[in-house]
Design a protein around this ligand. Structure first.
Ligand code: GH3
Ligand code: MG
Ligand code: MG
Ligand code: MG
Length: 282
């Protein structure tokens, strides 16, 4: 099992050593960790001096991680607890008074990390479609809002592909709902393998999927969409043999809202359906 990462910020180096001795068997211990989201930290142990020093960075990181819980454990002496109560509750989740007792430390860490684990599970389950393993509509909407903001701020292109399986009802009627489910799973996995790391695939509705492609203009997105269309058309879907999809493509405009972008790509998909299916329309 992967060890959880604990970052320690202590003013007093002897206390650092002591904590390392107590914890290094069970946890991955980091000193002087960078407080950004690239370095995944599961918990922070900090003393009063460092807490004041890093307060704003910690606040920011906690906010960014939400709804995932990033626990902060304060280690302090009795005479040093002169924090403002409201402030401390916002920032710190538990406190240990020195001298540190190993069992007490371990118990607290266990409980704090357990809460974090639960929030990680909840976040994952509330953003992933259980059938296909891709993002669900709720998570995609959140992500799309962030991507649109980024694209506008840095004046970068952003495009979306919206697609829907052709005559999927007939597939269900002919082969049964379970086979239909397998088709959805296989389709999602094929398309996932076709995308860059930075692209996001989400199941938007029953057999409708949305792909968000940062840094992609309309021309290049059309090429990707056409490749996907072709790939699906030529894939063997076992029992069902062949399926096809229709795709709408559009690029973000300067003053687009998320709704306007989605409306335009939905209209493009509708055109693809109305003009014979198994095609890409912009
Ligand atoms: P079109 O080419 O116009 O898209 O025709 P269609 O039959 O694919 O379109 P329609 O939207 O009428 O039908 C979608 C079908 O998708 C109906 C529904 O039973 C099926 N469906 C939706 N969600 C699921 C699912 O999770 N599993 C399975 N097996 N079928 C699903
Ligand atoms: Mg339909
Ligand atoms: Mg359909
Ligand atoms: Mg549909």
């Amino acid at each position: 099992m992967k060890k959880e990462k604990i970052a320690i910020f202590f003013h007093n180096k002897n206390n650092e050593k002591l904590l390392y001795k107590y914890l290094s068997d069970k946890y991955d211990i980091l000193f002087d960790a960078k407080l950004n989201q690239d370095e995944k930290i599961d918990l922070i142990i900090i003393d009063g001096v460092c807490l004041k020093k890093y307060q704003h960075q910690i606040e920011k990181l906690k906010e960014e991680e939400k709804p995932v819980f990033l626990p902060i454990l304060l280690v302090t002496t009795k005479k040093d607890i002169h924090f403002n109560k409201n402030e401390i509750f916002q920032l710190v989740n538990d406190v240990i008074i020195v001298p540190i007792i190993s069992i007490e430390l371990h118990m607290r860490l266990y409980n704090l990390l357990y809460i974090r684990e639960l929030t990680l599970i909840l976040e994952k389950e509330s953003s992933i479609d259980p059938l296909t393993g891709v993002f669900n509509r709720r998570a995609m909407n959140e992500m799309l809002i962030a991507e649109i903001e980024k694209a506008k701020r840095y004046k970068r292109p952003l495009s979306v592909i919206f697609f829907d399986i052709d005559h999927f009802k007939k597939i269900n009627d002919t082969y049964g709902h379970d086979v239909g489910d397998l088709v959805l799973q296989k389709l999602a996995s094929i398309i996932r393998n076709h995308l860059r790391q930075t692209d996001t695939l989400a199941r938007f509705g029953g057999e409708e999927f949305l792909i968000v492609l940062p840094e992609m203009d309309l021309q290049n997105t059309k090429i990707v969409a056409e490749k996907i269309r072709k790939r699906v058309e030529t894939t063997d879907f076992e029992e069902v043999k062949k399926i096809t999809i229709s795709l709408g493509v559009t690029q973000l405009k300067e003053d687009d809202t998320r709704q306007e972008l989605l409306k335009r790509v939905d209209e493009a998909l509708y055109q693809a359906k109305n003009s014979g299916r198994n095609k890409v329309v912009t």
